[in-house]
Every structure is written in structure tokens, then in C-alpha cells.
Write a protein that binds this ligand. Structure first.
Ligand code: ATP
Ligand code: MG
Length: 379
């Protein structure tokens, strides 16, 4: 028996109601891979903790207990409704002891309010199945009210539409367009949705939606980016970093830096963006060496023909990095060089890139000696 079915059965046998809800039901019906499984029950968190061997009280305040089974984790949440939202972000209070129908009504979109019972029977109070078949994201109840309660839902609507290839229902979309502000929502949470869009197969669709709805310019405003020009085409770039690089080219570095992304991601995207702007091969090589060879190869699609050739030549060089050169710092010192050795290394790497057969100690020594004669290097 699947672990989630076991959890449902354990709850049922103890006299409780229990259903699989939300994304897992939606994605199963869509034939998509299921990430995490949420279970809703009328058992209280204490009762859930009592019933299962391994639990983690992750969100007691919101009625959520994690149940660990077969090395996987399942979120078991007590039926609840959300009280009023005065901050546009999270409910002031949550109420337990409500019906399952009410629990489903607090959810954001009809396709996210589908449920399965332990026999695999579908529960659909809000027309989620019809919307799923028609591939429509529709807010439950008044979209204006639902977005006012929690502004993140505006981004979630676009992220779901984009990643599942759905349309956003007219009134739902109009409510976003009328008020695309998300000032109460932390940038981190918006970035998480943005990354969902950027990592999807068709980010251009998601960007079209955030552009047309005003969500993009509202975000740009918060990041201090004045101009709200239309987004660049992203689908040609295959990696997340390349897509971020294209966006950085359009919206500037404060866009990239304001998203609070991991340092590594920012660095890669920034350097890729710089590479797109490099005018000389020397500059291109120097910048490219700050990245790894595989990053260069994975992102060739960002470059025009000339730069692609530079990149390929660089990746094929017997010395992409300093440590792959046939000479090291001691060899340079032995030749009497005293100036900035890092510049010499750049020259050597460029030389070997142009002349792959010359990555030998004698050849590189000669190269340095000639340059020294010319007065290029200080001794
Ligand atoms: P995915 O995990 O693929 O992003 P999901 O639908 O499982 O999709 P979660 O964020 O994991 O999304 O949330 C689980 C369920 O909780 C949702 O399907 C929805 O029913 C409800 N939910 C989550 N966030 C909100 C929200 N901001 N407003 C209303 N309901 C929400
Ligand atoms: Mg989920």
C-alpha cells in the first residue's frame, strides 16, 4: 500500500475523516509527477502525533504535522478556515473545528481545492475538475477579495498557469491587473514563484502574464528599477542562470541583486550577462574564466556566432584554468618577473587557447621571454 493511503487508513480506522488534497490531487489528474502530498483531516495535531510513530510538529499554529513514512514526509493538516487577513499576507487567526467543505473553500484556486478520499473517490465542491479539464486557473470566490487576503496568490496564479500550461480565467486575471501590488509580500516569496516561472518549459508565457498584469512592473518598482520595458525572450536560453542573465541585461543589475537569490546564482548570471556585452576576445576570455567550462558550454545559446566561436575555442583549450598551464608561479618568478603575475597568466591562457600545441614549459618560457624583451613584462 502507498504510504499516503496507509496514513489515510490509519486516520479512518481511528474514527477521523482524511483526504488527500491540493497539488497532489491536481497533479495526479494531470498525469504529472507528484512532489509533496498534503492530507487534510478532522483529527487535531495532538491526535495525529498520537497516531503515528514518526512526526514533526512543523506548523502547529496552522494545524500542520509532518508524518514521516517510508523515508518520505507528508503534511497532515487539521481542517481549518482562515480568519480575517489584515496584512494581505497571512490570516490574523485560523479557526479549527470546521467542515471539510469550508477547509477547501480557503484554498486559492478551484484546481487546488480537489480532494481524494481513501477509496480514490474525487471530492470536488468548487468545480475544480471542469477547470482542470479546461486548463483554467480560477480563484475560489471573489478574486479581488482572495487576492486582497493574500497577495502572493497573484503570483501563484501566474506560476501555476505557466508551469501547467493553463489559462487564467478572465475575472481572476482582471483582479490581478486591477491591483498588481504585492507590497506586503516578502521578496523571497515572490522570488520563489518567479523561479518557478523561470524554471518552466515556457517562461515566456509566464513573463507575458506578469508583464500584461502589471505584476512585473510592481516587482521592478520594489527593486528600484524604473523602466518597465517588455521582457526579453527567454525560451531560447535553457538554464535558469542564462534566463536571469537575459533579464539582467534588460532590467539591470539591481533587478538581479534585489531578488535575494543564492550568491552563486547571482554570480553566474552576472558573469553571463557581462559575457554577452564583451567586445574583445581577450575580455571575453578573462570573464569566461571566472566561470567553469561547463557553465560556458551549457549557455552557448546566449551568444552570437562570434562569441560562440570564442567560447568553444576556450572550452577546447588544453588550459582553461591557470593550474592546467605547463608553467606555474614559481616558473614565472624564476624568469625574473615581478609585475602583476595574474596578467601574465591571463596572457599565457590566451596564448595556449590560440596555440593548443604550445602548452609546454619551453614554449611558454619562450613566450614570456619574448614579451619580456618587448618590455611588456616588468622584471
Ligand atoms: P506545488 O507544491 O506544486 O507548488 P501545491 O498546490 O501543492 O503546488 P502548495 O504551496 O504546496 O501548492 O500548497 C498546497 C495547497 O495549499 C494548495 O494546493 C492550496 O490548496 C493551498 N494553498 C497553498 N498556498 C495557498 C495560498 N497562498 N492561499 C490559499 N491556498 C493556498
Ligand atoms: Mg505542494
Amino acid at each position: 500500500m502507498k504510504p499516503e493511503d496507509e496514513i489515510l487508513r490509519t486516520l479512518k480506522e481511528a474514527g477521523f475523516k482524511a483526504y488527500i488534497v491540493g497539488g497532489a490531487v491536481r497533479d495526479r489528474l494531470l498525469g504529472l509527477e507528484i512532489k509533496d502530498i498534503d492530507i487534510a483531516t478532522d483529527a487535531t495535531p495532538e491526535e495525529v502525533i498520537e497516531l503515528f510513530d514518526k512526526t514533526v510538529p512543523t506548523g502547529l499554529k496552522y494545524g500542520t504535522v509532518e508524518v514521516l513514512k517510508d523515508g518520505r514526509s507528508f503534511q497532515v493538516t487539521t481542517f481549518r478556515t482562515d480568519g480575517s487577513y489584515s496584512d494581505g499576507r497571512r490570516p490574523d487567526e485560523v479557526r479549527f473545528g470546521t467542515s471539510f467543505k469550508d477547509d477547501l473553500s480557503r484554498r486559492d484556486f478551484t484546481v487546488n481545492a480537489l480532494a481524494l478520499d481513501e477509496d480514490g473517490k474525487l471530492i470536488d465542491y468548487y468545480g475544480g475538475l471542469d477547470d482542470l479539464k479546461a486548463r483554467i486557473i480560477r480563484a475560489i470566490g471573489s478574486p479581488e477579495k482572495r487576492f486582497r487576503e493574500d497577495g502572493l496568490r497573484k503570483w501563484r496564479a501566474v506560476r501555476f498557469a505557466c508551469t501547467k500550461n493553463f489559462k487564467i480565467e478572465d475575472k481572476t486575471f482582471k483582479a490581478i491587473t486591477t491591483d498588481p501590488g504585492t507590497d506586503q509580500i516578502s521578496i523571497e516569496r515572490i522570488t520563489a514563484e518567479l523561479l518557478g516561472i523561470l524554471s518552466s518549459e515556457n517562461p515566456d508565457y509566464g513573463f507575458d502574464l506578469i508583464f500584461k498584469s502589471g505584476l512585473l512592473s510592481s516587482l521592478l518598482g520594489r527593486l528600484g528599477v524604473e523602466e518597465s520595458i517588455s521582457p526579453p525572450e527567454l525560451s531560447g536560453a535553457k538554464t535558469l542562470e542564462a534566463r536571469l542573465a537575459l533579464l539582467t541585461k534588460t532590467y539591470g543589475i539591481s533587478f538581479l541583486e534585489g531578488l535575494r537569490l543564492p550568491k552563486r546564482t547571482v554570480k553566474t548570471a552576472r558573469l553571463l550577462c557581462e559575457l554577452m556585452a564583451c567586445e574583445s576576445e581577450k575580455k571575453f576570455n578573462k570573464t569566461a574564466r571566472k566561470l567553469s567550462k561547463s557553465v560556458i558550454i551549457d549557455n552557448l545559446s546566449l551568444f552570437d556566432k562570434e562569441k560562440r566561436d570564442w567560447a568553444k575555442k576556450l572550452a577546447q583549450s588544453p588550459a582553461f584554468e591557470r593550474k592546467e598551464l605547463a608553467v606555474d608561479g614559481n616558473d614565472l618568478l624564476a624568469l625574473g618577473l615581478t609585475g602583476k603575475l595574474s596578467d601574465v597568466f591571463e596572457d599565457l591562457l590566451d596564448y595556449v587557447t590560440e596555440h593548443p600545441g604550445q602548452n609546454t614549459k619551453p614554449a611558454l618560457r619562450n613566450f614570456i621571454l619574448e614579451k619580456r624583451e618587448n618590455g611588456t613584462y616588468i622584471t
